[in-house]
Design a binder for this molecule. Structure first.
Ligand SMILES: [Zn+2]
Length: 468
């Protein structure tokens, strides 16, 4: 049966559809807190029935009834990726949970071992609410706006599970021919021609895919591609790539922060480039290496709590491995007052650049191409990658746009400028090599485009440098 025809599903969903998207606009801080308290108590009760959480909480001497609101979160132990992996399957779903009603989803595992959790129809459907809210912020109507998602539709990947279990039943009720999914493996020229025919208002994909599309757009492809907004997720967006893409399409490119474990969008970047957290759906904390909360605005490791949904509960989960700086509240020019991720997600911890003497750069804070080229007004770098081979050796690969090679400052001047900019940042003990290459290679066995910052320095080696 179509799950939308089950009133146990459809009635709460109808409520979500009307009440979720505007909540952050209408609620003041006190009302939001009350909402969070209620949602948090409910989710802790649910988690208490799940063996992994039950055992951890019992060991810590906590009962679900001890939790009276979100401020009590500090009483609860953290949950690691390894905890979930060790307890899979029976330990990560509540006792009596009907596995047949659920779907397993797995993370990509490109940054280490993958982790699998359980989700279900209602959770996936509820996860549509933050997206509806984001669309409203960009004045897009989900029934009319033409939407393309270029993603990874592998079995057990969240994209495909959501497609099969939610979008398919939905499209049997409401024709959704304004939405198109495209696989990331389609060759680029075919991809841009398909997009051109569809004429989307919105495209969601990885920064590297946008960057290739922008290159083709600059070569005269895709004349009918005139979108309202581009959304990117799943990889770090650096300012050079952002400007490269925005300039080519004359359209804003904004970040959406999501993950498999979160099931829904955690935060989104508004037109003012503020990363608003969907605080009625998630509670975020930033911690240091001793699992102590860091102060507001300080850099820390993300611990995330999902305030909604069934399947595997996610409470104080540290497995997302991202660096963040959090502010409990910000009044943004866009009209929203929410908790925010200051300056955006700074990237994966395991891609950190660690330098002699213990200086650490999260990948997001190690992209200086944009600032190095300031004043040149050139887009002749088609793509780039920064690879740390050893603690004292960094290589910067540049792909040059052949048609722009002899326009403006020469390639050697640009390479020199980039080399100097990086040398200044890392100090004299590190060798910087800037090299021109034909392409940036895909990582082995990955279906995701190559990351901008790669480090082959093992974390342990870095920690030795840090003296910890
Ligand atoms: Zn804003």
């Amino acid at each position: 049966m179509n799950p939308f025809f089950n009133p146990l599903n459809s009635l709460p969903l109808l409520g979500s559809y009307f009440f979720d998207p505007p909540r952050l606009v209408h609620m003041n801080a006190a009302e939001l807190k009350r909402y969070q308290n209620k949602a948090f108590k409910r989710i802790v009760k649910y988690a208490y029935e799940t063996p992994l959480y039950h055992q951890k909480y019992k060991k810590a001497g906590i009962h679900a009834n001890d939790i009276t609101g979100i401020d009590d979160i500090v009483k609860l132990p953290f949950i690691t990726k390894q905890d979930i992996r060790n307890s899979f399957l029976d330990g990560v779903i509540p006792r009596g949970y009907d596995g047949n009603k659920g779907h397993m989803v797995s993370t990509g595992g490109t940054t280490g071992k993958s982790v699998s959790i359980y989700t279900d129809f209602c959770t996936i459907a509820k996860a549509a609410s933050p997206v509806l809210r984001e669309l409203q912020r960009f004045h897009l109507n989900w029934l009319k706006a033409r939407f393309i998602h270029i993603g990874n539709f592998n079995p057990n990947r969240i994209d495909l599970v959501a497609q099969e279990s939610f979008h398919k039943p939905l499209t049997s009720i409401i024709p959704m021919d304004n939405k198109l999914n495209l696989d990331i493996n389609i060759p680029m020229t075919k991809l841009i021609n398909t997009i051109n025919e569809f004429r989307p208002d919105l495209i969601l994909t990885y920064p590297a895919v946008f960057q290739h599309l922008a290159y083709l757009k600059r070569k005269g492809y895709g004349e009918h591609i005139t979108p309202t907004v581009f959304w990117t997720a799943g990889a770090m967006l650096d300012e050079y790539t952002r400007r490269y893409v925005e300039g080519a399409f004359n359209c804003p490119l904004r970040n959406i922060y999501t993950s498999v474990e979160s099931q829904a969008d955690i935060a989104f970047e508004c037109l003012e480039k503020t990363w608003h957290i969907h605080a009625d759906f998630f509670h975020l904390e930033a911690i240091d290496k001793n699992h102590e909360l860091v102060s507001a605005g300080e850099q820390g490791h993300l611990a995330i709590t999902r305030l909604f949904g069934r399947g595997t509960p996610i409470i104080r989960y540290t497995g997302m491995d991202d660096w963040v700086r959090l502010r409990p509240s910000k009044d943004c020019i866009c009209g929203l007052s929410t908790p925010v991720i200051e300056g955006g997600v700074e990237g994966r911890m395991r891609a950190n650049i660690i330098l002699p003497g213990g200086k650490v750069f999260p990948p997001g804070a190690f992209c200086f191409i944009e600032s190095a080229l300031q004043g040149f007004d050139t887009f002749k770098i088609k793509q780039y990658q920064i690879i740390q081979h050893r603690i004292d050796a960094i290589e910067i690969l540049l792909v040059i746009d052949e048609e722009l090679r002899d326009v403006g400052p020469s390639v050697s001047v640009i390479m020199n400028r980039i080399m100097k900019a990086y040398q200044k940042k890392v100090g004299p003990d590190v060798t910087i090599l800037v090299k021109e290459v034909d392409t940036i290679k895909y990582p082995k066995n990955a279906r995701k485009p190559p990351p901008i910052v790669v480090s082959h320095v093992k974390l342990e080696e870095g920690y030795r440098e840090l003296g910890v």
